[in-house]
Design a protein around this ligand. Sequence first.
Ligand SMILES: NC(=O)c1ccc[n+]([C@@H]2O[C@H](COP(=O)([O-])OP(=O)(O)OC[C@H]3O[C@@H](n4cnc5c(N)ncnc54)[C@H](OP(=O)(O)O)[C@@H]3O)[C@@H](O)[C@H]2O)c1
Length: 258
Amino acid sequence: MTRIAFLGVGHLAEAMIEGLLRDQQTVPHLALSPRGQGPKLAERHELELAECNSTLISGADIVFLATRPADAIAAICHLPWRPEHILVSACAGVPIAHLEKAAAPARVMRIMPLTAASLGASPTTAFPSFPEVQALLARLGPVIVLENEAQFETATVSAAIYGWAQSLIGLGRDWSVAHGMSPEAARELAATTFVAAGRMIAERPEPVETLIANLATPGGITERGLAVLSEHGAKEGWTAACDAVLAKLTDGRAGRRP
Ligand SMILES: NC(=O)c1ccc[n+]([C@@H]2O[C@H](COP(=O)([O-])OP(=O)(O)OC[C@H]3O[C@@H](n4cnc5c(N)ncnc54)[C@H](OP(=O)(O)O)[C@@H]3O)[C@@H](O)[C@H]2O)c1
């Protein structure tokens, strides 16, 4: 059985571990590093808790790295890496070249899951392709493999958009409550409206523009609201936010459009 380790057990690792353990019929072998949520999760799910990071790496085939980006390189330096290891980093903005140098001779993959991994509903981006890792990630939701690292950085902006979408859902709930709905109904409606919008575009074959045009009938409520959003610079604000995240991820190396 493939032995999987988590180096750095915080919020993201917890969501991934919960997602990996959802199917109790085929539970993978998981070992955790001893800091953060490691002891608590090891006890709760009866997982192996390593004494130290060296022991953790020695006993693993695939190592998920989920420390904060600033801690990533220090966490993987001077560990007993082997050529058979696959180091799978979820650390935003930490380039493959830096990871490869610090974890030589291990092979390196980058991924960007979302906390919806705990529900098996995380779109997880990945580069480069390692089919055995992708098979594991498929337990967390759809896996989207990018063609190069620049595309991967662009795709990582979606991890921030995930939070913005939740913020928009919160705004929608608050507005509905302020206009008389109960908080429970307002929350359910706001959240499931976003789920419905996403599912239509993910699952229907029509072009996105066609699906939107079908909704934005002339003189209708969707058209009216889109016009007001446009007057308030919604598109420019959205684009600027995406550009800012990409620039932060790449230290300004990417994201400059003509
Ligand atoms: N949170 C998300 O939704 C999300 C989504 C996608 C990607 N990510 C990426 O996932 C990574 C983790 O984010 P997070 O929100 O889960 O952070 P977090 O909650 O702060 O967890 C990071 C954990 O790493 C531990 N750690 C740091 N250095 C270590 C070392 N040398 N050995 C063992 N453990 C070490 C920390 O332990 P201590 O508490 O003892 O310092 C902490 O428990 C980030 O790089 C982020 O870019 C996060």
